[in-house]
Design a protein around this ligand. Structure first.
Ligand SMILES: Cc1cc2nc3c(=O)[nH]c(=O)nc-3n(C[C@H](O)[C@H](O)[C@H](O)COP(=O)(O)OP(=O)(O)OC[C@H]3O[C@@H](n4cnc5c(N)ncnc54)[C@H](O)[C@@H]3O)c2cc1C
Length: 269
């Protein structure tokens, strides 16, 4: 079996998630699975991006040589602009940059941060908790009427208990509209033009728009006539959580093992 990963280390989003205070133990999953893969003789190729290598360059892997191809290429965030951020000196970061800055200790003074969470998932939950632990003032903005709706009920109860110890407040059923001199302008998702609210004093927005599965690789594989050998798992199928990603990867492997004779497998990520 060959495992191809574009980055210089394995882990995908978990490599970021494990950097958050309180979520470090997620990293055990990656470390254990990597050790197991090496023990079992998987050919792990790091820093190799599968896809069109560009004009003149040879294809990095001959995908036609594999009987099964498991695509676990993850998801990407949709883009959203927040008018007025630059003019009003408000920084806007995505999840990854925020995790890196937090981990590097870049914010020495407590900041007033709006986390805009379109998904209600662990991404925002992990970030808000880590920011709270770091002593930052956090305003959580979500279009949904429920906090962290995609975190399981039992985990959510514990999470909300922990968040009560920090300086965190929520603005539900709200979308960010713009940044003005007065602060971050929010719009009620059902209200009319007058249904707006201002969160004053925000100096950083961590914007977490909805995510969509990465599909470029599927088109590239189809162009090589190997689409019938492809199984898509995890966020590349639909952006969700680690539970689905590991379960679907496990199922894909069981499917391969059920093949009459052991056959070559390519796993992307
Ligand atoms: C900050 C943060 C915190 C999170 N916290 C949690 C949590 O507490 N609990 C939870 O369940 N989930 C959490 N998640 C979500 C969870 O990490 C993802 O759902 C999960 O990692 C999805 O796994 P995946 O393998 O499908 O995709 P990913 O983890 O995104 O991995 C995809 C991999 O594919 C590689 N890749 C992409 N294209 C190519 C290519 N062409 N060639 C080679 N390699 C390629 C990428 O480099 C990447 O390493 C968090 C996510 C973030 C960002």
């Amino acid at each position: 079996m060959t495992l191809v990963e574009a980055e210089s280390s394995l882990g995908g989003q978990v490599a970021r998630a494990r950097m958050l205070k309180g979520r470090e133990r997620l990293g055990v999953l990656v470390d254990d699975l990597y050790a197991e893969a090496l023990r079992r003789g998987v050919d792990v190729r790091l820093g190799l991006k599968l896809g069109d290598p560009g004009p003149g360059a040879p294809a990095p892997v001959d995908v036609a040589a594999f009987d099964h191809i498991v695509v676990a290429a993850g998801a990407r965030s949709l883009r959203r602009s927040l008018p007025g951020a630059e003019e009003n000196g408000v920084e806007v970061l995505d999840a990854e940059s925020a995790v890196v800055a937090l981990e590097a200790g870049s914010w020495r003074q407590p900041r007033r941060i709006a986390v805009v969470d379109d998904e209600g998932s662990w991404i925002a939950a992990g970030l808000v908790e880590a920011l709270g632990r770091g002593g930052h003032r956090v305003h959580l903005v979500a279009p949904s009427p429920q906090l962290f709706g995609r975190v399981t009920l039992y985990s959510r109860a514990g999470l909300l208990d922990r968040l009560r110890a920090f300086d965190v407040s929520s603005h539900l059923a709200r979308r960010p509209k713009a940044i003005a001199e007065t602060g971050l302008l929010l719009q009620d998702v059902v209200g009319g033009a007058d249904a707006s609210e201002v969160v004053p004093g925000i100096d950083l927005v961590i914007d977490l728009p909805a995510r969509v599965a990465r599909t470029e690789l599927l088109a590239w594989l189809a162009a090589r006539g190997v689409e019938e050998r492809v199984v898509v798992v995890g966020d590349a199928l639909a952006p969700r959580t680690l539970v689905e990603a590991t379960y679907e990867a496990h199922r894909a492997v069981l499917h391969v093992l059920a093949a009459p004779t052991p056959t070559p497998v390519l796993s992307i990520s």
